[in-house]
Write a protein of this length. Structure first.
Lengths: 336, 336
């Protein structure tokens, strides 16, 4: 069953006014669950010793590796700054202060306007942004898996009436709560998709449609690992034992909800960062403050960014991600 | 004792590199206290039944009443949007969903570059943004007072070692924790300042220097109320019993730390909003979505925005507000 079959009535655009959206019992319930989701996130990460910091919303440079979306320029006293597309550069820098950090970070990505109808993109959204000093990929995957399990368990136990009001069957989470998430290599995901007749490029990120196809076949969240070099940003570390392969991962939800999180072990070596920037078409001269820090040493790390609205959508069983935001901004759609 | 006497060694600009800032034990301690401050804020507001929502970071229009700072334009698919200078318009709208809401909201205000040396301005900062449906000014003042008391009490009890490391004497909070905050009318604040030789305009907001002078004389936080119409944004409600006077307030810290929060009872009547916009030089046509909502009815309310970095600065006893941010952006200063 494909996602568009699952959500046949899914709206093509934000279908309601701000008043209808905010006064709907559905919206209220989704936002209450989202608030609980973030409370549980903090409870879990504080319990592991993570320190929460407030992230910047703009800077001289930001994450370039965001799958074809455009960055937003702002004029900061005559300097061209960018709104954050992700907090990755600041997460690595923050490890100079603390071994384990996280942000609840706002991001802006101008996705192509045609994605306004795909149910899965907001132009403005938030991420649970986690970074673990001296961490390996396995550490980041473990934290991501345990975080999702903790959050879902918390909501299933504490908000049964809210899930029922939304028509979200608690049994949907039985597999998730029963055991570990699976892991699939990127190459195997590509083979699966080609076998299903989906034309997935083996040298690229799994495309959105491909992610939804894989997701729709699953009954619990699962990881895709070992993306090919060239498919991700310069900060995803290359596997020294397998050149051309990145020590990274995506976490996909089941039931066709698609991607929840992206993460990796990070590159932190100055020379390799410069090389990877050049390989990915980035001009190192733009990355002044970040490369200055890296030249004098930043910690090795691993981490991930998990979409707050996407996780909310999955937990609450909504057809579109805009339903998980009080003031959703769909690509190209003028709204508050 | 004036603030510049209190902080004779206060730096004229961000004096350290990002590495020095993030690896300093002082910065680490301040950021740990800030994290505790936000945890206590959530504990307190959740306990009162407030729902936390994620705020937008940009929109077609934002708060115009921000004391001479400039707004930042962004191009949102060909539409000219603004980064949020405050969340006020969205707070009023959010009351359509819940009776009591709050955000931890990022804001950007391009303050004049000369404020980079005044210790009290960041171009990017966060506010604890609270709004109470059907609330009166007294309700908002009570929540602000109780919130500050709760947060300070929590930090004094749970982080004594951190305060000691910073050289912040716990006795500084004895008066605050002992009893209610005082209240002073704007007209009396003006008279005080004129008596002290400070040329305060009686028809205007208390200027920054004036706030610091009043603040330096105090031993616990205090409110200034009843600002004259014309000194604040269109959303501060006019006192029906005293035309020309606003039902609003500022909360000032003691010891010269200056303003912590601004709040008011809100205007919500469509016709009065349009009139007040015109009186304050704003073009109502710019406020489409907001006025559309107001025409069909938004709740009466009162609320406030409290600066996270300013509250952190006060609690931790720092000489400058930039010391309360991991990646501070000073007006006009190029930095990460």
């Amino acid at each position: 069953m494909t996602p568009s079959e699952r959500f046949p009535g899914a709206p093509a655009q934000l279908p309601v006014t701000t008043r209808e959206h905010l006064t709907s019992e559905t919206t209220r319930t989704v936002l209450r669950i989202q608030s609980r989701l973030l409370t549980a996130t903090r409870e879990f990460l504080y319990g592991l010793g993570f320190v929460e910091l407030l992230p910047p919303i703009m800077g001289p440079v930001t994450d370039p590796g965001t799958r074809g979306s455009k960055q937003v320029d702002v004029d900061f006293y005559g300097h061209r700054y960018k709104l954050m597309t992700s907090a990755i550069l600041y997460k690595q820098a923050s490890l100079l202060a603390f071994d384990k950090i996280f942000y609840i970070a706002p991001n802006v990505r101008l996705e192509p306007t045609e994605t306004a109808v795909t149910h899965r993109h907001l132009a403005e959204f938030h991420q649970i942004d986690v970074e673990i000093g001296d961490g390996k990929r396995a550490d980041a995957m473990r934290v991501a898996e345990d975080l999702v399990s903790f959050v879902v368990d918390s909501i299933v136990r504490k908000m049964p009436a809210e899930l029922e009001l939304l028509g979200r069957d608690r049994d949907a989470f039985a597999e998730l709560l029963r055991g570990p998430f699976g892991t699939m290599k990127h190459a195997d995901a590509v083979a699966d998709l080609l076998g299903l007749g989906h034309p997935q490029n083996p040298d690229a990120e799994i495309d959105w449609r491909g992610e939804e196809i894989l997701s729709a076949k699953a009954s619990r969240p699962f990881f895709v690992v070992d993306y090919p070099k060239g498919s991700r940003g310069f900060y995803d570390r290359e596997d020294e034992a397998h050149p051309g392969r990145l020590t990274n991962f995506d976490l996909l939800a089941p039931e066709g909800y698609g991607e929840l999180a992206s993460g990796s072990e990070r590159e932190f070596d100055y020379a390799k960062l410069v090389t990877r920037m050049r390989e990915t078409g980035e001009n190192p001269a733009k990355y002044g403050w970040y490369l200055d820090l890296a030249r004098d040493g930043i910690p090795a790390s691993a981490g991930f960014g998990m979409g707050v609205e996407r996780l909310t959508r999955y937990v609450t069983g909504r057809s579109a991600v805009w339903q998980a935001s009080a003031f959703p901004k769909l690509p190209g759609v003028r709204s508050p």
